[in-house]
Design a protein around this ligand. Structure first.
Ligand SMILES: [Zn+2]
Length: 504
């Protein structure tokens, strides 16, 4: 039976069959892999970026230094050219010394001393791009459970109160996506009920705090919000459940400002045969600043630089140009890669694939190919030399959440490294995301994978697949059941209105 879905994929497949006779250049890929596995400045580059420069939030001096670091490291790696391209983020944001102190009252026995007040510090950080809150004393804290509508109804009047929201401990990628998805409706209910602020319990145990944003495009959020250490949050919840009243003294002196400029860093190896066609290897350079952004995503920024070094050192001359891009503004909502895709829309017909790494140093299992079943056969050949690293899977799903996204919405074939969790989630955006967490032997393998796949894509007789039209992209969204995900993240409206993605 020929369903609509099958028809769509057959059409795309035919185009591919006509265009690309899969004659993959395995020999070149193997040379690049060998070069990638040799000693390099991967470790020292990452040390410079994380231990010396530190966390890298757009708008800060550290971010500017990181852009200079990227420019110099690309040059040292042998790039044919390096330049920066600026873009704007609508607001600047920096945390001041957030402080939350809880007060509760209790009695010992019936007679001794009457009511006693107990005051304890609640370790907390502001949610990123959330508004400031002038010091406020004695705010009643109310437990709103997990923040469902029923929970809010049960909590009653929340006006002027600090809402404590329960969370579950982060263990899987699905937990992480759920954490992001749950927050916006909670914020809406809190705003509607005129709450003073929200305190989300940390999804990490052992007092680990982390930076989180619920604002999608660098806009300032609707309500002051903090993440509180899980242990402190649970203590408050137990007190409230036992009938003790708990109040908070809360101060969130965030510094907010107007639009800021940030930059992506772009290096190239010029193609020998089709220099106007290009493959992109990218990772984001920016990070949150509680830790030093080593797993997210300094290690992969260093990977991108080392992939360039490896290809140059191998002596392989790619037929198409390879662009190595360190994106910025990723953590504020993919702003750097979105800006780049929009600014380069006129040449995206020439894009021959976008490879992105953004999940720390957990072992790569394969690549997610943006819903493109039509490119899987050729991609299988291209990744065959990576079988030595156990990289085998090609998932035809459409993922959200990293810098391939706006290229995917422009119809360009994308490859996002699928990686095992390893130690990524426990350190995600956290104070503990530091250089010592990086698995360098594994990262070297990822350099080899990225460099080999880039050269494989660059050397194909014809591009791995056509740039999809608007209708084909939308059909792919439907075929991969991605519409609900896009709606939940608020991106569907932007797609439909033409604010985001390919429009013809
Ligand atoms: Zn990241």
């Amino acid at each position: 039976m020929l369903t609509g879905k099958t028809l769509f994929f057959l059409c795309v497949l035919c185009l591919t069959c006509l265009a690309a006779t899969p004659a993959t250049d395995i020999n070149a890929e193997n040379k690049v892999i060998q070069a990638a596995l040799r000693p390099s400045s991967l470790e020292s580059n990452l040390h410079n970026l994380t231990d010396e420069i530190g966390g890298r939030v757009p708008g800060t001096t550290a971010m500017q230094h990181a852009v200079e670091w990227g420019t110099q490291a690309f040059t040292a790696a042998g790039a044919d050219s390096v330049h920066a391209e600026g873009f704007t983020i609508s607001n600047s944001w920096a945390e001041g010394p957030t402080e939350l102190t809880a007060t509760t009252s209790y009695q010992i026995g019936d007679k001794v001393g009457g009511t006693i007040l107990s005051v304890f510090r609640v370790r907390s950080v502001s949610v990123a791009w959330a508004p400031a809150l002038a010091p406020a004393k004695h705010i009643p804290i109310v437990d709103v459970g997990e923040g469902t509508e029923a929970d809010f109804q049960k909590a009653g009047d929340i006006a002027g109160k600090l809402l404590l929201v329960h969370t579950t401990v982060l263990k899987t990628w699905d937990d992480l996506f759920a954490e992001y998805a749950k927050a916006p409706p909670i914020i809406d209910l809190a705003v509607k009920g005129k709450a003073k602020a929200i305190a989300f319990m940390a999804t990490r145990e052992h007092d680990i705090l982390y930076r989180h944003t619920n604002s999608g495009e660098g806009e300032i959020d609707k309500l002051p919000m903090v993440i509180v250490a899980r242990e402190d949050g649970e203590r408050i919840a137990r007190l409230l459940a036992a009938g003790n009243k708990v109040w908070g003294d809360l101060s969130i002196p965030n510094q907010l400002g107007g639009p800021i400029r940030s930059s992506n860093v772009i290096a190239e190896i010029k193609g020998s045969d089709k220099p106007d066609e290009f493959v992109i290897v990218g990772a984001h350079l920016d990070s949150w600043e509680l830790g030093t952004g080593a797993l997210d995503n300094g290690c992969n920024a260093a990977l991108v630089i080392d992939a360039l070094r490896a290809i140059k050192a191998s002596g392989v001359k790619p037929r198409r140009t390879i662009r190595f891009i360190l994106f910025s503004g990723e953590e504020q909502g993919l702003i750097g890669s979105h800006s780049y895709a929009a600014a380069h829309r006129h040449e995206l017909d020439k894009a021959a694939g976008v490879i992105i790494y953004d999940s720390g140093t957990g072992k790569t299992t394969g690549f997610s190919v943006g819903g493109r079943k039509d490119i899987i056969d050729t991609a299988k050949e291209l990744i065959s030399p990576l079988a030595q690293f156990d990289v085998k899977d090609l998932k035809p799903d459409m993922e959200w959440g990293t810098d391939h996204f706006d290229f995917m919405l422009e119809g360009v074939p994308t490859f996002v490294a699928d990686q095992v969790e390893a130690n990524y989630l426990e350190n995600y955006h956290a104070i503990s995301d530091t250089y010592d967490k990086v698995d360098f032997p594994q990262l070297k393998k990822h350099v080899a994978e990225a460099a080999a796949l880039a050269v494989g894509l660059a050397n194909l007789p014809e591009k791995i697949g056509p740039r999809l039209t608007h209708d084909q992209i939308e059909q792919t969204m439907r075929d991969t059941n991605s519409v609900e995900m896009l709606k939940a993240d608020g991106i569907w409206d932007d797609w439909v209105s033409g604010k985001r993605g390919r429009q013809k």
